[in-house]
Design a binder for this molecule. Structure first.
Ligand code: M6R
Length: 580
């Protein structure tokens, strides 16, 4: 993970990089730091924790026109000052920030760098010393060091005597932009918004050199290459204004708008013109991680329900090591908010390299996943900042529903339009929040589509409130987990399918009989005794996964904030998981 940002030019770049890092903080917030030129020397400022801590270390009068910066999500080496980036070579001539993993760093350290006294446990310090050890110009050194590296990197390198910043990219995102004030590099495009009109997206195994005015690009043999600039649209994707205290709350509330926008994009603007091309596939295999895996589970259900086509769903970190039997008649669908998730990308590479058809369902324009796949089905959640995915999930679910309906040829546009016009975000009552936050042992249960909502509801509560909870199929409870149910247990039950209402009520009775407490979310009046009831708005059954998840997002948010936790930045996590 990690975010990197660097800037060079005729004016002060310290605060440009600092502001860039703030926008990249979603990529990790274990520590941060900058390296900058100061009177012919490279100086470093680092800090543990959020960027605001680094900001406190930086004097308002600090000036430098060559700055590289980093915000870290720890992989190699614990969270510590020593392990925070930037890292210097032993001779202090080179400074490096790095996003990615040098998988063979121990071998490199032992075989090629045994004379170096390392100050940190990071793979990045190995890399910067490896670069310093190579022969030739700085660019040649960089290219040669990268050729020895197994793993992934997006990196920015300074040499103390050169008014330049060197860049390299493999499997971690990196883009660059220039204007009359200088050049900038960043892990994502939002950093450029408002300052640059165009940017260049670096491909794997490309290198670049930025100076005050220009960016030159090179291939892995050091041969100069030309690249085309793309326009940075003034899109809502870069929008980050937030009047709420937390992004998560803003993003939960935005979901009705996201549904409206998605409907408009697919039914009015017709942004995807290849639905007919997708009809030929006999089956669909969805692959994703985390919350995107949950939306993929629903996507598969929609395709099966409306198109009667066989579907499979895999967790990306498993799929990539499976002995997969792939089929030409199957479309492999990779669902990812960021389009940068390492496991999902690895799967897309495996499938695409073997010549099978692929589709990305992503929320970030120009992300790495989109470059790998034959089709790209965009979601229109807008930029999601909070680590816990909310509006990106509902955007994925609604988009996958549209996909299924468009492939099936069913004419449901009026129903979807009505939904997009009337779906409102409703917060559960304060007494429900108080009730739920009194429990430390919580199970979420549901059947079929509600089982998926249970999984997603439990994930939200785990990741932001650190509650040890579990989402499961209602029918599975009695096969083991019921043994854990007692008077201190809360079971949150979802029931949005009329045909399964009585089955869910049986599951509720099983819990009540063991003294467990029940919170039921349903559009149907309960026929059994429950401790708390959250009525859901009534829409067609296949839309209820969107309706049902919203109160669970609110509950997780409220639980976390009651504990004084920051729901936007849960411990140990980062928004974009760009390492395996
Ligand atoms: O960017 P992606 O959708 O590929 O990310 C996948 C997961 O890392 C992500 O959904 C994660 O589970 C979220 N923190 C869930 O809220």
């Amino acid at each position: 993970m990690c975010g990197i940002c660097s800037a060079i030019g005729g004016e002060n770049k310290i605060f440009e990089v600092l502001n860039g890092l703030k926008k990249l903080e979603y990529r990790g917030y274990d520590s941060s730091g900058i390296a900058y030129f100061d009177n012919g020397k490279i100086k470093v400022i680092k800090s543990i924790g959020e960027i605001k801590n680094l900001e406190k270390e930086i004097d308002n009068s600090l000036y430098s026109n060559n700055v590289i910066g980093h915000t870290r999500w720890a992989t190699h080496g614990k969270v510590s000052f020593e392990n925070a980036h930037p890292h210097l070579s032993q001779d202090k001539r080179y400074a490096l920030v790095h996003n990615g993993i040098v998988e063979n760093f121990e071998t490199l350290r032992e075989k090629l760098l045994s004379d170096i006294d390392f100050l940190s446990q990071t793979d990045t310090e190995v890399l910067v010393n490896l670069i310093a050890k190579q022969q030739g110009s700085t660019l040649q050194k960089l290219i040669s060091a990268c050729s020895l590296v197994e793993g992934s990197f997006a990196l920015c390198l300074q040499h103390e005597k050169e008014q330049k910043i060197y860049l390299a990219k493999r499997k971690s995102p990196l883009m660059v932009a220039k204007n009359e004030h200088g050049c900038m590099a960043s892990s994502d495009m939002s950093v450029f918004a408002g300052r640059f009109e165009t940017c260049y997206i670096m491909n794997d195994n490309e290198f670049a050199v930025m100076d005050n005015k220009n960016i030159l690009f090179f291939d892995k043999n050091g041969k100069k290459i030309e690249k085309n600039a793309i326009f940075i649209k003034n899109c809502d994707f870069c929008e980050e204004n937030n009047s709420e205290k937390y992004f998560m709350l803003k993003e939960i509330k935005e979901q009705s708008l996201v549904i409206k926008r998605t409907f408009f994009k697919y039914f009015v603007e017709n942004v995807f013109l290849q639905f007919d091309d997708l009809k030929k596939y006999k089956s669909f295999h969805f692959i994703a991680c985390g919350t995107a895996f949950h939306s993929a589970l629903l996507g598969a259900r929609f395709i099966q329900k409306f198109c009667h086509k066989k579907c499979e769903v895999s967790v990306a970190s498993e799929f990539r090591y499976d002995d997969n039997v792939l089929s030409k008649k199957c479309l492999y669908v990779f669902v990812s908010q960021s389009g940068e998730t390492a496991d999902t990308i690895a799967c897309a590479e495996i499938v695409a390299n073997r010549g099978f058809d692929t589709m990305a369902v992503t929320n970030v324009p120009y992300c790495s996943l989109n470059n790998l796949t034959k089709f790209v089905l965009p979601t229109f959640a807008g930029k999601e900042v909070a680590v816990a995915s909310t509006k990106a999930y509902t955007a994925q679910v609604f988009t996958l529903l549209i996909l299924a309906l468009k492939i099936s040829g069913h004419n449901y546009s009026q129903i979807l339009k009505n939904f997009s016009n009337t779906f409102e975000i409703e917060k559960p009552d304060e007494n429900v929040v108080n009730f739920v936050s009194g429990f430390k042992k919580i199970f979420f249960i549901g059947r079929q589509q509600d089982y998926v909502t249970s999984l997603e509801g439990a994930l939200k509560l785990k990741e932001i409130a650190y509650v040890n909870c579990l989402g499961m199929a209602g029918g599975e409870l009695k096969h083991g987990t019921l043994a854990l149910v007692d008077g201190q247990t809360l079971v949150i039950a979802l029931s949005t399918q009329f045909s399964l209402k009585e089955k869910m009520e049986s599951n509720i009775q099983e819990v009540k009989a063991r003294g467990g407490k029940i919170l039921l979310l349903s559009q149907f009046e309960p026929m059994v005794d429950v401790d708390m009831f959250v009525p859901l708005a009534k829409f067609e059954e296949f839309l209820m996964p969107i309706v049902g998840i919203v109160p669970l997002q609110f509950l997780a948010f409220a639980y976390a904030t009651k504990l004084g936790l920051n729901p936007d930045k849960p411990r140990n996590l980062a928004k974009s998981v760009t390492v395996e």
